[in-house]
Design a binder for this molecule. Sequence first.
Ligand code: 15L
Length: 269
Amino acid sequence: MSAPVLLTGAAGRIGTVLRGGLPERGWALRSLDVVPVTDARPGEEQLVADVTDLVAMEDAAQGASAVVHLAGISGESTWAAISHANIEGTYSVLEAARRAGISRVVLASSNHATGYTPRPAEGLLREEDAPPRPDTYYGVAKVAMEALGSLYADRYGMDVVCLRIGSAFPEPTSTRMLSTWLSPADQVSLVDAALSAPSPGFAVVWGVSANTRSWWDPAAARALGYEPADDAEAFAAALIVAEGEPDLSDPVHRLVGGQYTLPSFDAEH
Ligand code: 15L
């Protein structure tokens, strides 16, 4: 068996999907979370640790071939909580990987790193045309994640792939997600590509399915070898009956971060 990939946040929503799908793509997993994962998959190693504990993470990283870092708070919260779990946590994961001699890290960034970026008047939005423009403290932590990834790639020669994930849910539940959905199968394909791409260096790519209504340029992710299979359009009719056609002058549809950009959006969401 090949050396395992260390998967942080393994008990979470995306972690659970990856634990199901990555082994079928040939990846052995060392699953880590701050809470125990409730089921054991054949061949899977399991660890309980807090990603902000650098000593524990150094131990966890020993002998791993790569890291997929998902752990952290998955939406808006207080500055104290976000800066600890999401910024300190990402630092600790990257530093532990470096000390363990791991040369590839895949980071779960988010569209909210660039949430206030408007939809282009025409054409698709490339990652390079969406520099940091966070919509929340959560988004600020994703900007810090991408910056830390850039530092570790440039300074230490590591391959660091940042996935600006859209809406990773079993199915789209709003008309915004007709553009931003990343299906479970495509979550697996995207991470598989980020782990497999030869020498990506530092890369930032959108994490989105092949949605008919997507306005985020898929070219950079595809260049890694990602081949999305799903399209949220299959859910469009029912969602449009419920919500109406998306109004592109509404910030929810006009800005990358959707409802996170609204003044009324806060840690309660
Ligand atoms: C995210 O980054 C969140 O983790 C998720 O809960 C959704 O809010 C998603 O973005 C989204 O933009 O739909």
